[in-house]
Design a binder for this molecule. Sequence first.
Ligand SMILES: Nc1ncnc2c1ncn2[C@@H]1O[C@H](COP(=O)(O)OP(=O)(O)OP(=O)(O)O)[C@@H](O)[C@H]1O
Length: 268
Amino acid sequence: MSIKVKNLTYTYSKNTPFEKIALNNINLEIKSGELWLFVGHTGSGKSTLINTFNGLLIPQQGEVYIDEESTKSKEIKIKDIRRKVGIIFQYPETQFFLPTIKEEILYAPKNFNVNIDKKEISFYMQLLSLPYEYLERSPFNLSGGEMRKVAIISVLSYKPEYIIFDEPTVGLDYSTRESVFNTIKQLNKMGKTIILSTHWISEFLELKPNVLMLKDSKEAFIGSFDEFITLDYNILEDSGIILDEKLDLYRKTIIHKKENIKNKILNI
Ligand SMILES: Nc1ncnc2c1ncn2[C@@H]1O[C@H](COP(=O)(O)OP(=O)(O)OP(=O)(O)O)[C@@H](O)[C@H]1O
């Protein structure tokens, strides 16, 4: 089970004066159970790539395979891809349209024919620290952070195999951000495949995620977290990540360890 990207190129407004290559020959494989961080400056192509994973965008060149089936295949139903690949878009709360939180949460499972029981809803609400009593409330009368949490639950509720978070913490305060990141970590520990586009990567170093860095629509780096974090400072700056104290200390420790090993080898 995997998402495979082969020689993917995506161009907006192709053959018009506004033509823009947003992805240029991307290759990638995301295996079941993995955690991936997508980093890169604004406009580098992260959202475009994410939107090809559930058939929202179909590549003009190259392929995206979801569990070995190309999103271009005539046999594949877009609804089946959407069921498998759940995306939490930026500002997902703008898509609310039902009168109660309960109805918002149950809408997608009904649409995709997925069963969800009270216990599971309660589990997700607890995970995101939302009181169960909120279910009967209107989603429009919540704080911005609470709305974001409801929007996240309304994707988790249909149990997609792959869960993609496209900058899920934009505009949130520190404590809501922590709550969202803890939920993401918990879901990955439970075996869920997670792809997360974010600038806040220090939160995830314990989980040893994989990192894809995009720059000017191209892959600038693909590899392990430790390889990524030991790249030169100017490359890290180019990736748009927030290099906080914790992350910088971790970086220095890894570099120090690598140098020690090199010295030991030289002394043999
Ligand atoms: N609908 C569109 N039509 C034309 N160009 C677009 C469209 N959407 C995105 N682009 C352009 O494609 C490039 C990649 O955009 P994309 O949104 O994928 O980047 P991003 O890395 O996700 O940025 P951000 O972090 O700001 O969301 C940018 O130059 C952007 O202006």
